[in-house]
Design a binder for this molecule. Structure first.
Ligand code: XMP
Length: 333
């Protein structure tokens, strides 16, 4: 049987009871696969890797080693949330690596989006491989592969061209020859969320909006600088806070700020104040292949504009992107 193919008879996991049955089966399967050996997992804090982490903690406890690589391109508070949830609450075996300088030094001066993606993807593998080599006696690598990833790679193998190159932990160097553990690889995203909730992960983590692997790296447009990246992170945190306060969390599929590498003239405290614009992107979609624009209440846009321009050093304008996909992609790069 092709174990990368979802059997037609497999029931869709829509309820807590079905999720609990799935979890019990996977706990057994993982224990049978790994025995008393150790398993490594790159824990980004995204839904998929978080659900795999919680499932494996349940199955094998401290035999799981989670490595969280902070590439310096995370959103505000995100790495801290991973440490709090997995390191503290679930008491996981968690290695935290702050690799901000490694990534930002390599990215300095690089403006081309695809080059940025390649650098971030490759350096992520380097950092992760360095950590893996430091750890002893690991034979397995867990991955948060889900069914759409498998369908996507089948498409890629058939030679269909992708618009942007996404990355995951695949492609580790040959000396790190792990056997894969992929407990959610036959699940669709909505099922992963149901399983996550049944595992006791917080709603906010399980229903977290999608966040690209290269993180804020593809939202700090052009060549990334630390000051503009900082401004972007702060502006994005304000946007998320205000969307949550307005009850839009979970209603808008993806919303974020992009900050281009241009400055305009403004005025602050009666003086010339040059700054970057913050661009709001808020889209709805079902499959990310096409996307529509949300009608965000004007009062909310005014409030966000007011807060960002007053609270974020370096931003002097706020723009709202009305472009659907196609013609625009969801991310600006
Ligand atoms: P686009 O910009 O292609 O985005 O319309 C579609 C969805 O994919 C996400 N995205 C990425 N995810 N690595 C990822 O893991 C990437 O390089 C990447 N680029 C875009 C984007 O956030 C949206 O959800």
């Amino acid at each position: 049987m092709d174990n990368n193919k979802r059997p037609e008879t497999m029931q869709r996991i829509t309820t807590k009871e079905l999720a609990e049955t799935f979890i019990a089966e996977q706990v057994e399967a993982v224990r049978a696969q790994v025995g008393d050996k150790k398993v490594l997992l790159a824990l980004s804090g995204g839904v998929d890797s978080s659900v795999v982490a919680a499932l494996l903690i349940k199955a094998i406890g401290k035999q799981l080693v989670c490595v969280h690589v902070n590439h310096g391109l995370m959103r505000k508070g995100e790495s801290e949330a991973v440490i709090e949830m997995f390191g503290n609450e679930l008491d996981a075996n968690l290695v935290y690596v702050d690799a901000t300088d490694r990534f930002l030094d390599l990215l300095a001066g690089v403006a081309d989006p695809e080059k940025k993606r390649k650098i971030i993807g490759a350096e992520f593998i380097n950092v992760f491989a360095d950590e893996a080599r430091k750890l002893e006696g690991i034979e397995f690598l867990a991955q948060g592969t889900i069914y759409p990833d498998i369908l996507e790679s089948i498409k890629a193998a058939e030679g269909k061209k992708a618009v942007k190159s996404h990355h995951n932990v695949g492609g580790l160097p040959e000396d790190l020859n792990f056997e894969l553990v992929e407990p959610i690889k036959l699940l669709f995203k909505d099922e992963v969320r149901v399983v996550g909730e049944a595992l006791g992960l917080p709603h906010a983590m399980v229903y977290r909006q999608p966040f690209p692997g290269p993180g804020l790296g593809v939202r700090c447009l052009g060549a990334i600088t630390r000051d503009r990246l900082h401004a972007l992170r702060e502006a994005d945190a304000i946007l998320r806070e205000e969307f949550a306060n307005a009850g839009l969390e979970g209603k808008v599929w993806q919303y974020f700020i992009a900050v281009p590498d241009i400055k305009s003239v403004g005025v602050k405290n009666e003086s010339r104040y040059e700054g970057w614009p913050a661009i709001i992107r808020a889209v709805n979609t079902t499959d990310a292949m096409s996307a529509t624009i949300e009608e965000i209440p004007y009062a909310l846009l005014h409030k966000i504009t007011d807060r960002i321009t007053h609270e974020v050093e370096g931003i002097n304008r706020v723009l709202y992107d009305l472009t659907p996909k196609p013609i625009g992609t969801i991310e600006w790069e």
